[in-house]
Write a protein that binds this ligand. Structure first.
Ligand code: FO1
Length: 318
C-alpha cells in the first residue's frame, strides 16, 4: 500500500513516526511519502532554513532534540554565541552548531541550482528517514503575519511572530508571499494521484496543512484522487495538542474545535477534501459525507500513533 501524508513540523514528524511504524509492522512494507510544508522557511545569516522539513528529517532520522521538538539532540551553541558577540541579528532565532551543517549543505546546493526537492533527497541520504520527503514546492514561498507594532500595521515573517513574539501579537491576517506562483514540487502531484490513502497529519491546519493545499493544483489533485483522504484532528478537548494553533485558527474564522477544523477542511462531497475524520474521544464533529471516528488521539507512543493509521484505513473502508 502507498500512503501519502500532508504534514507540518513537530506534530507532523511525531505522526509520521507512527505512520512509518504502521507501514513496517506485521510484515507490511507500505511506501510512505510525506508532503511537507515549507511556508515556515526563512533565510537567516545567509542560510536557508526549512524548519518543518528538518523537524521531520531529524525526528525520523532519530536525532531530533525531543524536548524542543526542533534541531539536533546534543546540540551546542558556540556559533550562535559568537554571532551574538558580533551583534549579528536576528538574535532571537537560534541556530545550533550541528544544525548549521544542514543549512550550509542546503544553501550551497540551492545556490548551485538544485531544487529544494533534490536537496531534501540529498540530505535524507544522510539521515535515512524511511519515508520519502517532498517539500510542498521548490519555489520560494514564505508565510508572513500582519500584526500591529507600536500602532503601525506591519507584515512580519512567520518565524518572527512565532519564535520572537511567541504568537502573542494578535494576528490580523496570514499572507503567504510567493504562494500564488508556487508550483508543486517534483513528484508531489503523482504522490497524491498515485496513492492508496492520503492522511492529513494533526499539524497546524492554517499555517501548515492549508498552506500545502493552497499550492496550485494540490487541492484539485486531492479531490480528484481515487485515494480516500482521512484527517487527524490536531484539537483535543478544544485545545491544540501542541504548538499555538489556537492563535492561528481564529484569524481565518475557524473555531478551535475538532468540528471547526473539520468544517475548515470540508467534505469531498462539498468543496473540501475530507472523506474521513479522526477525533479524540471527548470531542464531537459532524460533517455531511465524512465518516467521523472518535478514539485516543494522544500520540503517547509510536504504537498508539500507528493504531491511528489502522483506524484511518477502517474509516476509509480499506
Ligand atoms: N524555535 C524556537 O522557538 N526558537 C528558535 O530559536 C528556533 C530556531 C530554529 C532553528 C532551526 C529550525 O529548523 C527550527 C527552529 N525553531 C526554533 C523551530 C521552528 O522555527 C518553529 O517551531 C516552527 O517553524 C513552527 O512550526
Amino acid at each position: 500500500m502507498r500512503i501519502t501524508v500532508l504534514a507540518g513540523g513537530v506534530g507532523g514528524a511525531k505522526f509520521l513516526q507512527g505512520v512509518r511504524h504502521f507501514a513496517t509492522s506485521d510484515g507490511r512494507s507500505d511506501e510512505v511519502t510525506a508532503i511537507v510544508n515549507t511556508g515556515d522557511d526563512v533565510t537567516m545569516h545567509g542560510l536557508r532554513i526549512c524548519p518543518d522539513l528538518d523537524s521531520v528529517m531529524y525526528t525520523l532520522g532519530g536525532v531530533i532534540d525531543t524536548e524542543r521538538g526542533w534541531g539536533r539532540a546534543g546540540e551546542t551553541w558556540r556559533i550562535k554565541e559568537s554571532l551574538a558577540e558580533y551583534g549579528a541579528e536576528p538574535s532571537w532565532f537560534g541556530l545550533g552548531d550541528l544544525d548549521i551543517s544542514t543549512h550550509l549543505v542546503r544553501t550551497q546546493m540551492l545556490d548551485a541550482g538544485y531544487p529544494l526537492s533534490d536537496v531534501t533527497a540529498a540530505l535524507c541520504q544522510r539521515w535515512q528517514p524511511g519515508v520519502r520527503l517532498i517539500p510542498m514546492t521548490d519555489d520560494r514561498c514564505e508565510t508572513h503575519v500582519v500584526v500591529e507594532i507600536d500602532g503601525q500595521r506591519r507584515a512580519i515573517h512567520f518565524q518572527e511572530w512565532w519564535v520572537r513574539y511567541r504568537a502573542s501579537l494578535p494576528a490580523h491576517a496570514f499572507v503567504q508571499v510567493g504562494l500564488d506562483t508556487a508550483r508543486p514540487a517534483a513528484g508531489l502531484l503523482d504522490a497524491v494521484s498515485e496513492t492508496d490513502l492520503i492522511l492529513l497529519a494533526p499539524s497546524n491546519p492554517i499555517v501548515s496543512v492549508d498552506t500545502i493545499l493552497n499550492v496550485a493544483g494540490v487541492r484539485d489533485a486531492m479531490r480528484a484522487s481515487s485515494a480516500p483522504v482521512v484527517g487527524v484532528s490536531p484539537i483535543i478537548g478544544g485545545a491544540p495538542v501542541r504548538g499555538m494553533a489556537d492563535a492561528c485558527l481564529p484569524v481565518r474564522g475557524v473555531e478551535t474545535s475538532a468540528d471547526g477544523v473539520a468544517h475548515f477542511y470540508g467534505s469531498r462531497h462539498g468543496d473540501g477534501v475530507l472523506d474521513g475524520w479522526l477525533i479524540h474521544d471527548d470531542d464531537v464533529a459532524e460533517l455531511d459525507g465524512v465518516t467521523v471516528l472518535a478514539r485516543d488521539l494522544l500520540m503517547s507512543s509510536v504504537e498508539v500513533t500507528a493504531s491511528m493509521v489502522a483506524d484511518a484505513l477502517k474509516v476509509a473502508g480499506l
